[in-house]
Design a protein around this ligand. Structure first.
Ligand SMILES: Cc1cc2nc3c(=O)[nH]c(=O)nc-3n(C[C@H](O)[C@H](O)[C@H](O)COP(=O)(O)OP(=O)(O)OC[C@H]3O[C@@H](n4cnc5c(N)ncnc54)[C@H](O)[C@@H]3O)c2cc1C
Length: 588
């Protein structure tokens, strides 16, 4: 067991069996709250009591956030029980991230203290008339002798009503430029009640109990010290913050998909049609095999990209978009297909374990819509493809093996997160060519994986050629560029799967040491024919179901004994990191 494994067990032991109606944080209670659109206060309180809020706060500010893959894993564990709770609680990280990325020391300490006292923080970016188009923002912040005066409405804001503080994105200029916007930290308790009012919660088709509401500012006065970063830097800071939060959104999808797949495989094993178990019927088996493969791809992408926040912060404008454009769509597609396996149980509550599936199916659809929808993320990738293609060769030597080791080797300690290395554009190319080059020396004894590696490299060369042959475009990228961005995402995910296996083969549980499942994942991503003919991933999923493991090649049990030594190692490592200044052990 590794330290991530001990964290999973610690969490799972504390919150107990999600299938038992006697457990507070159970599927049954998730449904009860959802049916009456009630906010899951008790579960949120329980998470606070366990100390979840501390994982949103960087270790150097007194919190427990020193490893983003741990945070991603915890979000996944919450999401596999109830996405309403995961989104309702986890949104505090999204609210605070602008301060972590762009705030000064005083703001960082203030927000850290607030969160450690379990205050909720929201991000107030969206407006009723403008979804992803933040350049049309109408909320204004006009300069006053003491600071700024805010007016206007933010709507569809998670925890706008229940939350105690908000990072507010507002217009401070009208030059028609990206520097027209600034971010402000608004703590409700610092302002008179007449300076803001709440807009009632929207009725949502999923996460029905969540507080998706709004706030109107009526001459709300903030002092200069409420400005996050410099005036005019609101868009930069927001986009950098998204590089962290969008990555974590992938963990939300993985959690819901884990539950969906678990229920569908169990059902298909038990349910009979005539004298056959459903799982032995060819088309059902095919759906389950595809879903199992998608699950492992999604799991690996989420783990790798959350580690990349600390290993390759300069590439996160790209990698976070890959995470957000790929993983939620993979998991949603998977849940849609699994609903065919469950039949009416995906639609009706029959007093069975499968009742939660319908809620997960509704809830999961949201993840590709918020925090930058799929189109926005594909656009972010499409715009960077020409630069990536141009730097492909040079990038091989620009990425050190040490950084690749940290990215892929699950037992390697991650460098400390360096917010100053986040960038709006991946200027010097991505890790792909260097990673694939490194894989050449690792696939040696396995001709099948060598063949997969060569295929990925060939597809990448082909993609770069297509990108470079396109005419220069102004404005929104063409449909063709969007489709190339999707292909690029698949190549990223294929390479991540291959390298995760090559780096960790001997650390994986026995059944994952054979390369067959990796071959299946890569074939599915590359659209190869007969990708799943042997259905290895499905076999592994069935075994992990029996073993009470999360669906992941990492050996993560959800039932068992916590290894006290490993739990202590994790705590010691956090304490050490909290004492070290960021730059000291950064690899960048
Ligand atoms: C449950 C929930 C919680 C939310 N929480 C928050 C929150 O906490 N804080 C916050 O600020 N906001 C929040 N939002 C708002 C949410 O992030 C926005 O609504 C979202 O970014 C997209 O807006 P839209 O779909 O309304 O509109 P649009 O962005 O206008 O999208 C409409 C359609 O156009 C397509 N499209 C948009 N742009 C492009 C493009 N460039 N190229 C191609 N196609 C494009 C999209 O794919 C979509 O299909 C939340 C929304 C919901 C539903």
């Amino acid at each position: 067991m590794n330290t991530l494994g001990s964290l999973v067990l610690e969490f799972e032991q504390h919150f107990g069996d999600e299938r038992s109606p006697d457990t507070l944080f159970s599927w049954a209670n998730a449904l009860i709250s959802d049916d009456i659109s009630r906010f899951p206060d008790d579960q949120v309180d329980a998470l606070n009591h366990w100390g979840m809020a501390a994982y949103y706060v960087p270790a150097e500010l007194g919190g427990k956030l020193s490893n983003f893959s741990e945070l991603a894993m915890l979000i996944r564990l919450i999401a596999r029980r109830d996405l309403t709770v995961a989104i309702g609680h986890g949104k505090t990280f999204l609210g605070a991230v602008s301060v972590w990325v762009g705030g000064d020391a005083a703001q960082r300490h203030l927000v850290a203290e607030d969160i450690l006292s379990c205050d909720m923080v929201s991000l107030a970016l969206t407006e009723r008339l403008h979804g992803s188009d933040v350049s049309s923002t109408e909320v204004t912040a006009v300069k006053t002798p003491k600071g700024f005066r805010l007016n206007g409405e933010k709507y569809l804001i998670n925890n706008a009503t229940r939350g105690q503080a908000l990072s507010v994105f507002a217009r401070t200029d009208h030059q028609g430029q990206s520097r027209d916007f600034s971010l402000f930290l608004v703590r409700k308790k610092d302002h008179p009640p007449q300076s803001f009012s709440q807009v009632p919660k929207a009725v949502t088709h999923g996460i029905k109990g969540a507080d998706i509401s709004g706030i109107q500012f009526q001459n709300l006065e903030v002092n200069h010290d409420a400005l996050i970063g410099k005036e005019g830097h609101g868009l930069d800071i927001t986009l950098k913050g998204f590089q962290l939060s969008r990555t974590l959104c992938a963990a939300l999808s993985c959690g819901a998909a884990d539950t969906g797949l678990r229920l569908a495989v169990e059902f298909a094993q038990q349910r009979r049609s005539g004298n056959q178990a459903l799982i032995d019927i060819a088309n059902i088996r095919q759906v389950l095999a595809t879903s199992a493969t998608q699950m492992y791809i999604a799991d690996i992408a989420t783990q790798v990209i959350s580690r990349a926040i600390q290993c390759f912060p300069q590439q996160m404008s790209l990698l976070s978009a890959v995470a957000k454009a790929s993983v939620p769509v993979l998991c949603e597609t998977m849940m849609e297909s699994l609903s065919d396996v469950l039949g009416v149980r995906s639609y009706v509550q029959l007093g069975e374990q499968t009742d939660i599936f319908g809620k997960m199916l509704r809830d999961i659809r949201l993840i590709s819509l918020f925090d930058g929808n799929t189109a926005v993320n594909l656009q972010a990738i499409a715009l960077q493809l020409p630069t990536l293609a141009r730097h492909r060769e040079k990038s091989v030597n620009a990425i050190s093996p040490q950084m690749l080791d940290a990215l892929f080797c699950i037992d390697t300690e991650l460098p400390t997160f360096d917010r100053d290395s986040l960038s709006l554009f991946t200027m010097r190319g991505d890790w792909l060519a260097a990673g694939l080059k490194r894989a050449e020396s690792m696939t040696g004894e396995c001709p099948v994986l060598t063949e997969k590696l060569v295929q990925i490299q060939a597809r990448l060369t082909e993609l770069d050629g297509l990108v470079q042959a396109l005419p220069v475009e102004l404005g929104h990228p063409s449909a063709q560029r969007f489709s190339l961005a999707k292909r690029y995402c698949n190549l990223q995910l294929a390479a991540m799967t291959l390298l995760t296996f090559l780096y960790n083969r001997n650390r994986l549980s026995r059944s994952f040491r054979s390369f067959s499942w990796v071959e299946e994942c890569i074939d599915l991503l590359l659209g190869n024919q007969d990708a799943l003919k042997d259905m290895h991933c499905l076999k592994l999923v069935r075994q992990q179901l029996d073993d009470n493991n999360l669906f992941s090649p990492l050996n993560l049990s959800i039932r068992g004994e916590v290894d006290a030594k490993l739990a202590q190692t994790r705590e010691d490592s956090k304490a050490t990191r909290a004492e070290k200044p960021t730059k000291e052990i950064s690899y960048v």
